[in-house]
Ligand binder design. Structure first.
Ligand code: SAM
Length: 215
């Protein structure tokens, strides 16, 4: 039977609110590395909406065929073929030495990604994988680059909604190491890798988009 494109209802619901923030953060031409692209829906949606972005989707090996189906159907010049990337690898198998984009007309081009984006990965994995996600992002970002992290977060050890509490139970039943992380712990982790927390954007359904900048 032919493999058909998987579809995530959650992505369809959250892509527009996420895009509204990304349009502000990523208003200039830039190279974006997405971690844990899942079905590939966010990659297609963002690349189509923001043709000034060069979007690189990535995920574990098993997710690559789905992302490739979405990419082929979309046929967008600014959406690259998905790359197999496990954040626990070191170093990440990405071309971070490739030329980045110029910030100003007379600036020299810098190497590294302008932005790393990831949605719904931090709660999905264990803390050591989150550490590797932030370490790797800091390595591949150029100075001044942004790490954009979407998902649910706890506040001072407490859930911010009953929906998030239910999600956490479901996650832990599946993998006891996974679960919703405390926003302050993630911000402290980022700081240790030179990623300064700039802003927390509140998004629908008790999700947030955290913005970090590599200093
Ligand atoms: C809940 S899904 C989110 C997918 C998509 N970003 C979304 O918002 O719908 C979590 C994703 O993280 C990916 N993932 C899990 N462990 C990973 C790892 N070690 N390295 C990279 N990606 C990982 C999974 O394959 C999956 O696609």
């Amino acid at each position: 039977m032919p493999f058909s494109k998987p579809f995530s209802e959650a992505c369809a619901r959250n892509q527009q609110p996420i895009a509204a923030i990304l349009e502000t953060c990523l208003s200039r031409p830039c190279r974006v590395l997405e971690i844990g692209s899942g079905t590939g829906q966010h990659a297609v949606f963002m690349a189509r909406l923001m043709p000034h972005l060069q979007w690189q989707p990535t995920d574990l090996a098993e997710a690559i065929p789905a992302i490739e189906l979405w990419r082929k159907d979309a046929n967008l010049p600014n959406l690259a073929a998905p790359l197999e990337l496990d954040v626990n690898q070191s170093p990440w198998p990405v071309d971070s030495t490739a030329k980045g984009t110029k910030r100003e007309k007379n600036d020299a081009e810098e190497s590294g990604y302008d932005a790393v984006f990831t949605a719904n990965t931090v709660h999905f994995v264990g803390w050591s994988t989150v550490e590797n996600l932030f370490r790797g992002a800091a390595e591949v970002l150029k100075e001044g680059g942004q790490l954009l992290v979407y998902g649910p977060f706890n506040e001072n050890g407490s859930y911010t909604s009953t929906g998030n509490a239910q999600l956490d139970s479901w996650l832990k039943a599946r993998d006891p190491d996974s679960g919703i992380k405390d926003r302050s712990a993630v911000i402290a982790l980022a700081a240790g890798y030179g990623l300064e927390h700039e802003h927390t954007n509140a998004l629908p359904a008790n999700n947030e988009l955290l913005v970090f900048r590599k200093i």
